[in-house]
Design a protein around this ligand. Structure first.
Ligand code: PBG
Length: 315
């Protein structure tokens, strides 16, 4: 690559850390890069995400990329809207961080140790529904702000705990603050949590190839594709908060001669919450090469299990 690649990034500690990993990988591959900070409406507003909409963090970056202001955009994959942008190519999904959610609680407490009536901050309807469904008597308090702001509410004694993505804490070097990593059996993460999406312009084939060959991880891409396909299919059919986790698992299969051989499969779990906090769960296993199909099938099953109830208020 004989031009300096401009990488667009938001200015938060998390965004800078994420962009930094991409920049380093490209520099190691011999591509000179430069970071360009983009401020998004999501950074300026303190309103709940549910009000300002998905895409508040990502659309300004995507515009900067499409218009040629930058050559590469790095997003938290889970913050991207499910509708593809025809101007852009999702050139790389790098190796995913641990996708689980994490509890940051006072006095080193775990969820089970928090007394009934404890306040737990989260702005995510998905986390709120799964927390309430545990039946622990926790009081879910809506909060917003960057990772530091949210953790400070626990340090200051304003809240007993907050739930955050473990990946975000890992990226800003604050794994020490975690008092419990939440088991996906209790708390399924957001579709694509812990993964990055690295985009370029659809006609910028040199950059597309560079990103793909330097950064893309097939297993991470397959897992995230299944989760996002599930989300997209559910969005079309309901307005429920959704969690999903796909994992590449080993399976034993008999070949033609009857010998067992190890094959890789994709295992997908999903959850959707009804407006009255009933959780609908389902899981399925499929081929790693048919990730999106697996996601769509699981969405159809979730809709079957509670389609009517999944339509939120006003629908
Ligand atoms: N919605 C905000 C957001 N977007 C990405 C992350 C963390 C990194 C990730 O989940 O990949 C976070 C913070 C959080 O959910 O705690």
């Amino acid at each position: 690559m004989n031009r300096t690649l401009r990488i667009g990034t938001r200015g938060s500690a998390l965004a800078l850390a994420q962009t930094g990993t991409v920049a380093e990988a490209l520099e190691r591959a011999g591509a000179p890069v430069e970071l360009v900070r983009i401020t998004t409406p999501g950074d300026r507003s303190t309103a709940p995400i549910a009000e300002i909409g998905v895409g508040v963090f990502t659309s300004a970056l995507r515009e900067a990329l499409a218009s040629g202001e930058v050559d590469i955009a790095v997003h938290s994959y889970k913050d991207l809207p499910t509708a593809p942008d025809p101007r852009l190519s999702l050139a790389a999904v790098p190796v995913r961080e641990d996708p689980r959610d994490a509890l940051v609680a006072r006095d080193g407490l775990t969820l089970g140790e928090l007394p009934s009536g404890s306040t737990v901050g989260t702005g995510s309807p998905r986390r709120a529904a799964q927390l309430r469904a545990l039946g622990l008597g926790l009081e879910v308090v809506p909060i917003r702000g960057n990772v530091d702001t949210r953790m400070r509410k626990v340090a200051d004694g304003e809240l007993d705990a907050v739930v955050l993505a473990r990946a975000g804490l890992a990226r800003v070097g604050r794994l020490d603050a975690i008092t419990e990593v939440l088991d996906p059996l209790q708390m399924l993460p957001a579709p694509a949590q812990g993964a990055l999406a690295v985009e370029c312009r659809v006609d910028d084939v040199d950059v597309e190839h560079l990103l793909q060959s330097t950064l893309d991880d097939a297993a991470s891409r397959a897992a995230v594709s299944a989760e996002r396909a599930m989300l997209a299919a559910l969005e079309a059919g309901c307005s429920a908060p959704v969690g999903a986790l796909a994992e590449v698992v080993e399976d034993i299969e008999d070949d033609a001669a009857g010998h067992g051989r190890t094959v890789l499969r994709l295992s997908l779990r999903g959850v959707a919450a009804t407006p009255d906090d009933q959780l609908i769960r389902a899981s399925a296993t499929g081929e790693t090469t048919a990730a999106e199909q697996l996601g769509r099938e699981l969405a159809a099953e979730l809709l079957d299990l509670g389609a009517a109830a999944l339509s939120g208020p006003g629908e």
